[in-house]
Design a protein around this ligand. Sequence first.
Ligand code: PEP
Ligand code: MN
Length: 338
Amino acid sequence: MMIVVLKKAATIKEMAAVIKHIEALGLKPHISEGDEKTIIGAMGDERVIDKDKLLGFEGVEAVIPILKPYKLASREFKSDRTVVSLNGTKIGNSAVVVMAGPCAVESYEQVLEAAISAKESGAKILRGGAFKPRTSPYAFQGLGRKGLEILARVRDEVGIPIVTECLSQDDVELVSDYADIIQIGARNMQNFSMLEKVGKQSRPVLLKRGMMSTIEELLMSAEYLLSNGNYNVILCERGIRTFEKMTRNTCDIAAVPVLRSLTHLPVIVDPSHATGERHLVTPLSLAAIAAGADGLIIEIHPNPDKAMCDGYQSLHLEQFAQLMKQVSTVAQAVGRSV
Ligand code: PEP
Ligand code: MN
């Protein structure tokens, strides 16, 4: 990919001429309009580009190749941070955004109680899985469409947007009919055909890091979404597998500042799956915010001991209220709000 950097004073007409030229070469233009300057990425076989010819276009300041394997996700392509907007809630802005809710949707009453409490405590987005990726085929697999209907009903009654996982390529339309944000789980981070399909629809996407994936692989998966036209991508560190057994996964906190230096996309942390233990969720949440995370996704449950999925890592509703107070203190300490 080549990027064409336009001069600050470039006109719309000059920009259109560059885009037309890129298209005529059989390349796909991707536009990044920043506060400082506009960049046009030319995606495809860059050998067809005559750099000097492009430099001769009015309004063009520079023509530079992006050498990183991820292109649209890179800070070279877009230096301003991406802010994902969901009518009123902004993810990637100065305010830290917390998503909370049960691991799995079990019943209307369960989700409603969790949602009311989560919102009161300051959560801006409700989580809940209708389709659950389970290690055992005999374990509870989620309520499916009925779970989506419950989430949508609670969203409308409580007034809180929902994030929920799409497990299969066949369910992308179904999930996007209900969800405000489509979650792609750790186990599907490299399901490339699903990434392409989710990239072609317009709902924002929460892309979780695979438990055995590198940061660069996470960015390459994000690139699938971006290159298919969906720029509203939120990345999520949720712990990786290491030799350590004391925690369910090892939370790679360093991934937060690393990602923030490599990409313009918002980065959040899931301390619930990263640790697998209730008492570790608050310390990791605070560490994530201190390290620069744009938000958190946390499992909570009205009655964790009776949860059908991930109860041992789910916070009691009152514990979540406490967590939010501490998160707010740390957020302020690092120059952010909640
Ligand atoms: C979840 O969020 O419920 C989940 C299954 O997470 P992950 O894909 O990170 O394991
Ligand atoms: Mn879970």
